[in-house]
Design a protein around this ligand. Structure first.
Ligand code: ACO
Length: 433
């Protein structure tokens, strides 16, 4: 199949059209169906895009069967071991790892944009204190376009770069503000002397009365969470960003669309759902009951943090996150805390269970990241916002790639219509109601 050069569609003995097969650098070849409708009057049908490549991309490669994840060609394992998050951001945005000078300049640029416009704080006051942080994120990140419209010409590379810097710099500040707002504490300004992650942890945990000294093991753990979440090719939220951007919408609006999509429990909401599930399980003795619920076809319950659309092998991010998780639990002496005991036992049982083995359901990155974030003192309802913080760079890189792509068109899928045929509104339709 992979050696095909083209595919001919036949109707009885007659050839309808020839579909070229395109080859990428690596990964499966794709059948180019762009002209299928024009030539045959047919559409393809692929709900959930199981077999559809929506674009060309040079950013990230995943081999779900082999458990491989590459950012710009570099294996995630090497990036997680040898680089920090901002280096990875530079790589994802620009295609190459930065030199020391380039990294210093990038880091400086990001640091100089971490503060948000003071008027933006007014937006928070419009939300209830108990609003979900993702609801606030959707509102406040969307509002950025009302503040930074000096650089919103999407055809200008310079403006696009400025938007990228602003988003990577300001999203952590907004995430921390969401947390402070929901706890009734004053917002903390960023501190330019600190690294990206230290700064974020300080904005989350310090108060004007008490400063916060970050533990280096925890800083490294959060840096790694951000690296592992930085990009994942055409996942649901990234595809949402691309689709929103395909109409020419501004980048702040597009990233907001990504945040909204990420919020769902089947996507970025999974790390929060993991913790909620662990709390519901409550005790190690209850694990078999929940495993049975997950296996029961008539029960909608799923083991949150298990399974992945693409990885049918170990998710390489989950492996790295598992190591980080154990490092953090050791550092903080938390292995014997009930919730963590529960998580580790759940992982052990599920990995040995026939159902999960046969269906290739391994713990995914969010199973462990939820546990690490909990250990870092991040409240459960903030977990998806933390994911958004890491993924922002991936969303921007894809948005930028799409805008610069000469093949770019407005995204407009078609459908298989199964509704009523044309009919007339009865003259007496109100009476018959
Ligand atoms: N618990 C129990 N059974 C599961 C689970 C699970 N977590 N995940 C999949 N299955 C079963 C399904 O019931 C299905 O069984 P069947 O073949 O007997 O019908 C089979 O495994 C395949 O599942 P699909 O839903 O078809 O797989 P898909 O690729 O569409 O879904 C998904 C992937 C959404 C991630 C799914 O595994 C899931 O819901 N997991 C829990 C939520 C989660 O952790 N999401 C985070 C994903 S990672 C991320 O976004 C960063």
């Amino acid at each position: 199949m992979n050696n095909l050069r083209s595919l001919t569609l036949n109707d009885d003995a007659q050839s309808l059209c020839e579909l070229p097969v395109l080859t990428g650098t690596t990964g499966p070849n794709v059948i180019d169906v762009q002209h299928l409708y024009r030539e045959t009057g047919l559409f393809t049908y692929d709900p959930g895009f199981n077999s559809t490549a929506s674009c060309r991309s040079t950013i990230t490669f995943i081999d779900g069967e082999e458990g491989v994840l590459l950012y710009r060609g570099y294996p995630i394992e090497q990036l997680a071991e040898q680089c920090n998050f901002l280096e990875v951001c530079y790589l994802i945005l620009k295609g190459e790892l930065p030199t020391t000078t380039q990294l210093d300049s990038f880091q400086h640029n990001i640091t100089m944009h971490t503060m948000v416009h003071d008027q933006l704080t007014n937006f928070f006051k419009g939300f209830r204190r108990d609003a979900h942080p993702m609801a606030i994120m959707v509102g406040v990140v969307g509002a950025l376009s009302a503040f930074y419209h000096d650089a919103l010409d999407i055809r200008s590379k310079k403006d696009r770069e400025m938007c990228s810097i602003r988003l990577i710099a300001k999203v952590p500040t907004i995430v921390a503000m969401c947390h402070k707002y929901s706890t009734g504490l004053p917002f903390m300004y960023p501190n330019n002397k600190l690294s990206y992650v230290e700064n974020f942890l300080r904005m989350m945990h310090a108060t004007p009365c008490d400063d916060y000294q970050a533990n280096p093991v925890l800083v490294r753990a959060l840096d790694r969470i951000l690296i592992l979440h930085a990009d994942h090719e055409q996942n649901a939220s990234t595809s949402t960003v691309r689709l929103a951007g395909s109409s020419g919408a501004n980048p702040f609006a597009c990233i907001t669309a990504g945040i909204a999509c990420l919020w769902g429990a089947a996507h970025g909401g999974a790390n929060e759902a993991v913790l909620n599930m662990l709390e519901k399980i409550g005790d190690v003795s209850k694990i078999p009951e929940f495993i049975n619920k997950a296996k029961d076809k008539n029960d909608p319950f799923r083991l949150m943090g298990f399974g992945h659309r693409v990885y049918k092998n170990h998710d390489p991010r989950a492996r790295l996150m598992r190591t980080t998780c154990h490092e953090v639990l050791n550092e903080l002496g938390l292995h014997d805390i009930k919730l963590f005991e529960l998580a580790l036992e759940l992982e052990r049982i599920a990995l040995e269970d026939e159902y999960f083995i046969e269906k290739k359901l391994y713990p995914n990155v969010d199973f462990y990241s939820g546990i690490v974030l909990h250990a870092l003192g991040i409240p459960t309802n903030m977990f998806t916002a933390m994911f958004a913080m890491g993924r922002t760079v991936g969303w921007i890189a894809h948005w930028d790639e799409m805008i610069a792509d000469p093949e770019q068109k407005i995204g407009r899928p078609r459908q298989l219509y199964t509704g009523a045929m044309r009919r007339d509104v009865p003259a007496d339709h109100r009476k018959s109601n």
